[in-house]
Design a protein around this ligand. Structure first.
Ligand SMILES: CCCCCCCCCCCCCCCCCC(=O)SCCNC(=O)CCNC(=O)[C@H](O)C(C)(C)COP(=O)(O)OP(=O)(O)OC[C@H]1O[C@@H](n2cnc3c(N)ncnc32)[C@H](O)[C@@H]1OP(=O)(O)O
Ligand SMILES: Cc1cc2nc3c(=O)[nH]c(=O)nc-3n(C[C@H](O)[C@H](O)[C@H](O)COP(=O)(O)OP(=O)(O)OC[C@H]3O[C@@H](n4cnc5c(N)ncnc54)[C@H](O)[C@@H]3O)c2cc1C
Length: 649
């Protein structure tokens, strides 16, 4: 163990194991997670040491090899794809495997939207991996605007079949994960035409490749869309369908029927699978940010640079600016952890209501999940970059481990609903609730009895340590943004603009309003979660400091908003800033111990900078020696260099 990290750990004021169990849910949950991880990490197939030295084809092939191992493991240990154990394994592989869309979207869509008969037919095939599917919705021309999708499924009464067609270049399916080379089936989103009339988007199960030799079936043009920023293991694909016939029974008909068309009670029930992934992404955002901050904090405790006082070169973690960059990232990761727990609870509740036939709750779930998906992915993407830059030059090396987080995670601002679009969806619901406060759910309870308070009740540094006072600040900021935007919308329509144009004209303010609401929700949920959890008093002291930092940092970051309405004044913002400095000092002593409590295995982080033992420089040198350019003392391409050097160009 490198001495600096040992010293950091020795002076921690709380018990790391207690926080590990708290974040995992219980001691048993921690044990189970570690057991699952060790099954993966002790398997050489999941090695990553030459990850950046192999070609895309090899990466894809490795992805399939890992898939086979993972499936094998699940079979041996009787782990079901819809279990918490599988979700943990999924995260621990750290790379999306080519069959993940099968597990996270293809199977859930059949489960959620198939009739009992359809589920009896398709689920055993899919769960036993006799067929492999994906979720093919996005097209070359449209991803966001689902009503604009062009793929057609036309019902042919005489043969009791649907004829599926992509009539134009823009109607080609484009992006679905695993579509290019891996899957032989897909759930296809297509416009349903029956008896000459279009009834909008519905889901159809379509076979794409032969189950014998994996060749594309007649009428199917299919392939990989080419290299991307990340997800190199995944064959995101394109698909063109030319008069492909599928049986009537292949339309998922739990909520709607074709032929004599019967519409679903709520047409947005077709969008349910997307909602479930958006819910998961909130927790994923926490995991990614926790991993990035673990690397940056450990490295910052080991890295010594410059001087604060002459003659003493401190760890860079002693620089207040470094703490100001990194400690809010730790706080945010923990805040999103609790938000993720909340989202899973509400998702399970709504699922059971849907099961009982009550579809109304999906609107609320959509409103909350769309907003939090956007807020948490946006924030965590920015946070990973802050952590990377906090590691100076070495942060830019692939040995830092950051690139993997970037590669895949950058996409989260786009997939499963582009973030601006998701914010605007969430805002639709927010403004509806503002107009009809009685309809406002618990998460927007402040809209039920909106109290525009004149000024913030803060006079001293102690006041900004009070949870209720801080929550009120975020509530008032949201309320002020929402009410002024609602006024703007009203004015625009009053002076003759139609509602849609007014919405577009006010959309920048709308965006600010929904972000303020999401921020309020995260702060409130964080503090309420802490209040409900049992913990020792040393741990409570640390967790309180971190929660207070999250809230006070948020106020400082958006000081303009808080000052704008006159609710806060300049003096109070100064009290907030002073509190932040005090909290940074308080957290400093525990920073390494807190990231230790995130409990990432070194084999998960795969970072020379962030390994548990802090042996940064030896690991960096070991990494450099592995560079393919170092296989020989003189590289074979010296032949060009020699000519340049000898002026024999
Ligand atoms: C190091 C550690 C590692 C950790 C692991 C990290 C890695 C994790 C990775 C995770 C794996 C992820 C893999 C990637 C998978 C990506 C898959 C995709 O992108 S798949 C493709 C994803 N694609 C997208 O996400 C596409 C995004 N686009 C859309 O979702 C829609 O087009 C739309 C919502 C924008 C509009 O739809 P449109 O039909 O035009 O709607 P209208 O305008 O007509 O009406 C709006 C009304 O509908 C309502 N409503 C809407 N939605 C819902 C809902 N879900 N429910 C309920 N209601 C809903 C709404 O409230 C409103 O109500 P009202 O106000 O009228 O009362
Ligand atoms: C890694 C990855 C994996 C994916 N996997 C799948 C998959 O498995 N299956 C699948 O079907 N799809 C998949 N997708 C596609 C993904 O879901 C879409 O790309 C996403 O929904 C965004 O749609 P778009 O590309 O049409 O963006 P666009 O909507 O074209 O966005 C372009 C810009 O327009 C803006 N914009 C669009 N509409 C509005 C609006 N109404 N108001 C304001 N601004 C607007 C956006 O904010 C954005 O700035 C994947 C994408 C990625 C990157």
């Amino acid at each position: 163990m490198d001495a600096p990290l040992l010293k950091e750990r020795e002076r921690a004021t709380f018990n790391v194991t207690e926080l590990i169990h708290l974040l995992n849910g219980s001691e048993e949950e921690t044990k189970r997670r570690k057991e699952l991880e060790s099954w993966l990490y002790n398997n050489p197939v999941f090695r990553q040491d030459d990850r950046y030295q192999i070609s895309r084809e090899e990466v894809y092939e490795r992805g399939l090899q890992k898939t086979r191992e993972l499936v094998n493991l699940c079979r041996r240990k009787n782990i079901k794809f819809d279990s918490l154990d599988f979700a943990r394994l999924n995260i621990s592989t750290l790379e999306e495997l080519p069959f993940f869309l099968h597990v996270i979207m293809f199977i859930p869509t059949i489960r959620g939207q198939g009739t009992e008969e359809q589920k009896r037919k398709w689920l055993p095939l899919a769960e036993d991996l006799k067929i492999l599917g994906t979720y093919a919705q996005t097209e070359l021309g449209h991803g966001t605007f689902l009503r604009g999708l062009e793929t057609k499924a036309t019902y042919d009464v005489s043969s009791r079949e649907f004829i599926v067609n992509s009539p134009t270049i823009t109607s080609m399916k484009w992006w679905p994960g695993g579509l290019g080379k891996t899957c032989n089936y897909a759930v296809i989103a297509a416009q349903l035409y029956t008896k000459g009339k279009c009834y909008g988007i519905h889901m159809f199960i379509v076979q794409l490749r032969s189950l014998e030799d994996h060749k594309p079936l007649p009428g199917v043009t299919i392939g990989d869309i080419g290299n991307k920023y990340g997800f190199h293991t995944v064959d995101n694909g394109f698909l063109r369908l030319d008069n492909v016939r599928i049986p009537y029974e292949n339309m998922l008909m739990r909520y709607a029927k074709a032929c004599d068309y019967i519409p679903p009670v709520n047409p947005k029930i077709n969008y349910g699978t997307m909602t479930s992934i958006r819910v998961d992404l909130v927790k994923d955002a926490s995991v990614i940010l926790a991993a990035a901050s673990t690397i940056a904090i450990r490295y910052s405790a080991v890295r010594h640079q410059t001087e604060i006082r002459p003659g003493e070169e401190p760890p860079v973690l002693d620089y207040i600016t470094q703490q100001f960059k990194l400690f809010p990232q730790i706080a945010t990761a923990i805040a999103f952890h609790f938000a993720g727990d909340y989202m899973h609870r509400i998702y399970d509740k709504v699922q059971s209501e849907i099961f009982d036939g009550h579809l109304s709750a999906i609107t609320e779930l959509h409103g909350i999940s769309a907003g939090l998906k956007a807020f948490t992915t946006d924030t965590s993407i920015a946070g990973v970059e802050i952590c990377r830059r906090a590691c100076g030059g070495h942060g830019y090396s692939n040995a830092s481990g950051f690139q993997r987080f970037y590669e895949n995670w950058l996409g989260s601002a786009t997939y499963e609903g582009e973030n601006t679009v998701m914010y605007l969806q969430a805002a639709r619901y927010l403004f509806k609730c503002y107009d009809n406060p009685k309809e406002a759910p618990e998460t927007m309870s402040y809209l039920r009895y909106p109290q525009n308070k004149m000024e913030w009740n803060v006079k001293s540094a102690d006041d900004v340590s009070n949870y209720a006072t801080l929550i009120t600040a975020f509530e008032q900021r949201a309320l002020s943004k929402i009410s002024s935007t609602a006024k703007k919308l009203k004015n625009l329509t009053h002076y003759g603009m139609n509602r849609n144009d007014a919405w577009n004209a006010a959309s920048v303010d709308i965006l600010h309003s929904i972000k303020a609401h999401c921020h309020y929700f995260i702060v409130k949920n964080y503090m309420q979660s802490l209040n409900h959890l049992k913990m020792s008093s040393p741990l409570r002291q640390v967790m309180t400091a971190v929660a207070l930092l999250y809230a006070n940092y948020g106020i400082d970051e958006h000081a303009g908003d808080f000052l704008e309405s006159g609710f806060m004044n300049g003096k109070q913002i100064n009290l907030v800033r002073a509190k932040i400095l005090q909290l940074l000092k308080e957290i400093r002593v525990n920073a390494v111990a807190i990231v230790d409590s995130f409990d990432f295995d070194d084999r998960f982080l795969r970072s020379a900078l962030g390994a548990y033992d802090g042996n940064v420089y030896n690991r960096l040198f070991k990494w450099a020696k592995l560079s393919p350019l170092n296989k020989t003392e003189v590289h074979s391409s010296y032949k060009y260099l020699r000519r340049i050097l000898q002026s024999k160009l």
